[in-house]
Design a protein around this ligand. Structure first.
Ligand SMILES: [Ca+2]
Ligand SMILES: [Ca+2]
Length: 210
């Protein structure tokens, strides 16, 4: 978290030093298909299963999940920079079954350097189809599940109870020493104001850069 804050601070300093405001790059979103029934819409922290086709502006396809590799759809977490920023920005509020076309400028994709098959300064076009949306580990729902007494903050006992339950769920024997160490580790990282509780704000990912 501290690192995220520092990098954010540095980039705003750089932007200021380079002589004022850089226009924020935008991703263009076109909804190609939206299902009639939509039980939930994607939001930051959700994990999403998608098929996608990525191409350059000239139409050359550089990746297609249905054609390449193991031909499986891929899971990723929305909003945590696991994927390019263009996806984090462009895949919010989607329904399972929805299909979108995103036009992602280089600033929200692989930028000046490029990556692998992607040359520097490439605008990328994606057709993305969402197969499934689930609660990620940082979702509001997960927080509520951990917050046993509904006071909107997680105590050390609540975090330990959660760890014990998760271990059981995955078939591991409870291990108090391990739970204690994991809990201390979690609090060292997440309890930013060191008041002995993880607030819902501290729990949720920061999205400063999105
Ligand atoms: Ca609580
Ligand atoms: Ca706290």
């Amino acid at each position: 978290m501290l690192l995220a804050l520092l990098s954010c601070f540095c980039s705003s300093v750089l932007a200021a030093a380079s002589g004022g405001k850089l226009p924020e790059a935008e991703v263009s979103i076109e909804v190609l298909h939206r299902p009639f029934i939509c039980h939930r819409k994607s939001k930051y922290g959700d994990i999403m299963l998608v098929h996608h086709v990525g191409s350059f502006e000239n139409g050359t396809v550089f990746h297609s999940t249905r054609e390449h590799g193991d031909k499986q759809a891929v899971w990723f977490t929305l909003g945590i920079r696991e994927v390019i920023r263009g996806w984090d920005k462009g895949l919010q509020n989607m329904c399972a079954g929805e299909k979108r076309k995103l036009i992602v400028p280089p600033a929200l994709a692989y930028g000046k350097e490029g990556k692998g098959k992607i040359p520097p300064e490439s605008t990328l076009i994606f057709i993305i189809e969402v197969l499934e949306i689930r609660n990620g580990p940082r979702s509001h729902e997960s927080f509520q599940e951990m917050d046993l007494n509904d006071d909107w903050r997680l105590s050390k006992q609540e975090v330990k109870a959660y760890l014990r339950k998760e271990f059981e769920r995955h078939g591991y024997p409870p291990n108090d020493t391990l739970h204690e160490n994991m809990m201390e580790d979690i609090f060292a990282r997440e309890d930013e104001n060191k008041d002995g509780f993880i607030s819902s704000r501290e729990f949720t990912y920061k999205h400063d850069e999105l």
